[in-house]
Design a protein around this ligand. Structure first.
Ligand code: ATP
Ligand code: MG
Length: 419
């Protein structure tokens, strides 16, 4: 027996109401904040992610699915949404539109991770990007949109964590301080962090290993080492967050995984312990568009995992709207009536009523049993007598009462049930 590849799963019909609900709320919030949808290809040139996500990141070093196609092109399954959106921004000349350009996506991402609850190799993200403006009011708006999105879903008890990791002017000095701090204590670092100390010292701060965490707790804080411009930006952001009534916490260990972040970084976490608790995060990436060949263009964005949102909805026992099932089952008695049933079923669907019929030549009893199992509200039965008189037998499945009505009356009745 075949199984879906490790870290992937089928999204079965019973799971779909969660997806639909989350996607609908995402589209609603995007409209409220003025974001338009974009879809990018599921694979891109590998180079885009090497540049756009960064060669020193976990994603690029350990997690990307890369392959060569028959034409010898090196391609990578999209591990995240920001680099492709920025590529599209440049490719389609969006720098000539009024700025900021606001785009959102809902897409599958692929990362070769160790599968566990909340962590998969194929997962889905809702994300959005505001490209072309550096005003901290935009940072606050992007954070507010994420927060209001979760509020609209009914998810509560969330924590908003923020930090500022500076820019290309102030970060190098900060990284030097960080290296100096850690280099006196390298024996207490995990294997990965020993490498990070050389390649990506910022990531020392968010290692989950206990002894690394203890060291990180008293490490130099990036928000205390900001240049005046970054300090002003961070201070304004905090003011706007207060205006928006968003209860933030500052955590100097929050640095986020991707190389391209500058200044504001943030995460939203539910109140549960565990490595997979972060439900969404984002930040400013003022250097990315330039890194991809554009002119310097400030930007920021946010992404959240659909599977982790669904898990939170379930954990909080929040119910989601279900799609109504079929309304009516059309049964027949005798072969001649079968054609009339096929016709009626088609007419009903054309009028907008969800209708079912049973394939195969079945006895009326078997058809009624099937009707019952589908959960329809009504069943109509057509026999030779009904064909002659242009009527149907209508059976109310909740009361088991049956009556003879005209096709017109049937539509009026169904019209009322459909509302
Ligand atoms: P984590 O620290 O959990 O690995 P991340 O920093 O790699 O997360 P991002 O790249 O910022 O995550 O992605 C944003 C969101 O996408 C995460 O907050 C999470 O909800 C979701 N996500 C990330 N990786 C996975 C995964 N492998 N499986 C399911 N959801 C994921
Ligand atoms: Mg990750």
């Amino acid at each position: 027996m075949y199984q879906s590849p490790r870290g992937t799963s089928d999204i079965l019909p019973e799971e779909q109401p969660y997806r639909l609900y989350i996607e609908k709320k995402a589209a609603d919030i995007a409209r409220l904040y003025g974001y338009k949808r974009i879809d990018t290809p599921v694979f891109e040139d590998t180079e885009l992610f090497l540049r756009g996500v960064g060669g020193a990141t976990d994603i690029v070093q350990k997690e990307i699915y890369t392959f060569e196609d028959r034409g010898g092109n090196k391609l990578t399954l999209r591990p995240e949404g920001t680099a492709p959106v920025c590529r599209a921004y440049l490719e389609h000349g969006m720098q000539n539109l009024p700025q900021p350009v606001k785009l959102f996506y809902m897409e599958a991402n692929y990362r070769y991770e160790r599968p566990q609850s909340g962590r998969y190799r194929e997962f889905h993200q809702f994300g959005y990007e505001a490209i072309g403006d550096s005003d901290p009011v935009l940072d606050a708006e992007v954070i507010d949109m994420a927060w209001q999105f979760y509020v609209s879903l009914g998810i509560s008890q969330l924590h908003l964590i923020i930090n500022s990791i500076g820019c290309s002017h102030c970060r190098p000095q900060y990284l030097e301080k960080l290296k100096t701090y850690y280099s006196t204590d390298t024996q207490n670092l995990c294997k990965d962090c020993k490498i990070r100390l050389e390649k990506n010292p910022l990531r020392l701060l968010d290692c989950k290993n206990d002894s690394c965490r203890r060291l990180a707790a008293s490490a130099p804080k990036s928000y205390e080492e900001l240049c005046p411009e970054c300090a002003e930006h961070f201070s304004k952001l905090k003011t706007f967050l207060t205006v928006l009534n968003l209860p933030y916490e500052i955590d100097h260990c929050l640095v986020r995984g991707l190389d391209y972040y500058t200044r504001t970084v943030f995460e939203i976490q539910p109140e549960i312990e565990g490595a997979q608790s972060t439900i969404g995060g984002g930040g400013r990436y003022d250097g990315l568009i330039e890194e991809l060949g554009g002119k310097p263009t400030p930007a920021l964005g946010f992404a959240t995992g659909i599977e982790r949102i669904a898990a939170n909805l379930k954990r909080q026992n929040l119910s989601v709207p279900t799609t109504p099932g079929p309304l009516i089952f059309v049964a027949y008695l005798g072969e001649a009536a079968r054609e009339a049933a096929v016709n009626l079923c088609s007419q009903l669907r054309k009028s907008g009523f969800a209708a079912l019929q049973a394939p195969g030549s079945k006895s009326l009893k078997a058809q009624l049993r099937q009707a019952n199992s589908t959960g329809v509200r009504y069943t109509v039965i057509i026999g030779e007598e009904e064909i002659k008189t242009g009527t149907v037998q209508l059976r109310d499945m909740t009361t088991s009462q049956q009556e003879n009505i005209s096709a017109e009356q049937l539509k009026i009745l169904l019209g009322k049930s459909n509302q």
